[in-house]
Design a protein around this ligand. Structure first.
Ligand code: TEU
Ligand code: CA
Length: 543
């Protein structure tokens, strides 16, 4: 693979210095007009992704699946679901993506499989089946579930199977039985499936619920949380230290290939403590390359809180580890919907984008975030997410953040010529790629400018982070430095002007800004920030 730029250090550190774009394949682009996005659809949009300037794409699962959880229930790790295309389509995507220096990361869902995976079909046949121990089976406790563990999708984690009169464990849906990671044969089988994709040339994996693999050997009851019976502290079915052993083994496998990476979804509730994620970074070479911290996703719009979140995360990163940052994903409300629906919303999107793309650490962009896509409106009878079906009308589920990508203002936002699997957001006539490409002030053009700057500036893609203003009066400001290159980032989270004055006797010039032209120069950091201004300047000399 040829590299577009120096940010890649001959490919070895692309995952540190690049930017990853998450694609929910069902919703990106439909190449054959059956209403569902597919692999060829992604291949067809590689030019767009290269124009935008991302370095890698992560695909939510495209493997064979009965789709009870839209692909997060896998029935065969080595095939592509026909809804998305064929293995040949995938190889073609990989080839063309690599030609454009875009890496491809797959989702790896190995805490559980589908209940239709041949391993589980065998496992449930009899207690003596050789694959019995590949899943987690237990006798009932006085005619009830083996213990009190609760599924994140509601109800008990145990389902009774009349075939052998035992219960099996499922941390999610009953159609998603948990694998038994204590079984060495199971480990071998999964690792060999992983090798299948590494050998094809995929550049890495995003690992689903990486902190849930190992369960307590004694199946002890979880204690309750806040004294509420239905809420649990998941100390026995999640977050077990033993899981690190599995990850270390997996990293060992990954290390036998060149330039591949692992990013883990460390999911815990209640959210907000990054130390768990940090533990998965090990010493930088023995565990995951990257681990998500979702703290920002759960914060209200407030400079002080945002600063604290980022600071806490940065402080936890172990020596040799590397941070990453994310504003949204397919499970969470879209970031643009969190910043408010008044006129300030779109301005805040730009502030958040500037933070995401100028921080130290690998940024992840959720498809559509770059055009300011918001949560969709899904009528009750169109809800398909199992969570939405279970909890509506109190919680509409995750369909809202998975609506089709808005390409242009034609039928179905240019996503498909047929009725899409989820309705297109009604704002698609003004929020779409086509319109925003031609609008200098659009959020899309702002993302693109930031991505371009980040690629050019070593201080941004690999430098140190030195915070200066830590949320005081609604402003976050920091230096990014590498060698003698220095960039200064100023973000005004509020609707009021704010004055910064740091007497550093240096000369500065604007790189990217929501309010200023690149011709503007400063002497000293003497800037009056406009309401909702994000400005990035570079040091060009001494006074
Ligand atoms: O998510 C883990 C997870 O716990 C979330 O599902 C979360 O609880 C939920 O979205 C409520 O916000 C991963 C995947 O990202 C998710 O899409 C899958 O449904 C889940 O694992 C099971 O594989
Ligand atoms: Ca299709």
């Amino acid at each position: 693979m040829t590299d577009r730029n120096i940010a890649h250090d001959n490919g070895r550190t692309w995952w540190k210095h690049g930017v990853v774009y998450q694609i929910y394949p069902r919703s990106f682009y439909d190449s054959n007009n059956d209403g569902i996005g597919d692999i060829r659809g992604i291949t067809g949009k590689l030019d767009y992704l290269a124009w935008l300037g991302v370095d890698a794409i992560w695909l939510s699962p495209i493997y064979s699946s009965p789709m009870h959880d839209f692909g997060y229930d896998i029935s065969d790790y080595r095939t592509v679901d026909p809804i998305f295309g064929t293995l040949a389509d995938f190889d073609e995507l990989l080839k063309y993506a690599h030609r454009k220096s875009i890496r491809v990361i797959m989702d790896l869902v190995i805490n559980h499989t589908s209940h239709m995976h041949p391993w589980f079909l065998e496992s449930r046949l009899s207690k003596g089946n050789p694959k019995r121990d590949w899943y987690i089976w237990r006798d009932g406790n006085d005619g009830k579930e083996p213990n009190n563990w609760m599924s994140v999708f509601g109800g008990s984690s145990w389902t009774f199977d009349p075939v052998t009169s035992q219960y099996y464990l499922h941390s999610f849906l009953e159609e998603q039985p948990d694998l038994n990671w204590r079984n060495p044969e199971l480990r071998k089988a999964v690792f060999s499936d992983i090798r299948f994709w590494l050998d094809r040339g995929v550049d890495g994996f995003r690992i689903d619920v990486v902190n849930w693999f190992m369960k307590d050997r004694f199946f002890r009851d979880n204690p309750s949380l806040f004294g509420i019976k239905k809420l649990q502290r998941h100390i026995f079915d999640r977050n077990r230290d033993e899981t690190q052993g599995v990850i270390r083994e997996l990293r060992g496998l990954i290390n036998t290939y060149e330039n591949r990476m692992l990013v883990g979804e460390v999911f815990s509730l209640p959210p907000g403590d990054p130390s768990l994620s940090a533990r998965f970074l090990g010493d930088g070479s023995d565990s995951l390359h990257l681990a998500f911290d979702f703290s920002l996703i759960y914060r209200f719009w407030n400079a002080r809180m945002y600063y604290k979140c980022v600071r806490r995360w940065m402080k936890k990163i172990p020596d040799g580890g590397w941070p990453c940052h994310v504003l949204s994903n397919h499970d969470q409300r879209r970031s643009a919907s969190r910043y408010g629906h008044d006129d300030d919303g779109p301005k805040r999107e730009k502030i958040a984008a500037a933070l995401l793309l100028t921080m130290k650490g690998t940024p992840f962009i959720y498809y559509g975030e770059e055009i300011g896509m918001r949560n969709g409106q899904i009528p009750r009878d169109r809800i398909v997410d199992p969570l939405g079906k279970r909890y509506r009308p109190f919680y509409a589920g995750r369909d809202l953040q998975r609506t089709p990508m808005q390409w242009d203002d034609t039928l179905n936002a240019g996503f498909s010529e047929s009725e899409p699997w989820l309705p297109v957001n009604s704002d698609y006539r003004k929020t779409n790629v086509d319109i925003e490409k031609n609008d200098r002030h659009s959020i899309l053009r702002f993302y693109r400018a930031l991505l371009e700057l980040r690629r050019k500036k070593k201080s941004l893609y690999s430098g140190e982070w030195k915070p200066v203003i830590k949320g005081r009066r609604g402003v976050i400001a920091y230096y990014r430095t590498a060698g003698d290159e220095t960039v200064f980032v100023a973000l005004n989270f509020t609707a009021k002007t704010s004055h910064i004055h740091i007497r550093d006797h240096a000369q500065w010039k604007v790189c990217v800004s929501t309010h200023r032209s690149s011709r503007e120069h400063f002497t000293d950091l003497d800037i009056t920030l406009n309401p909702h201004e994000a400005t990035i300047i570079e040091r060009i000399g001494e006074l």
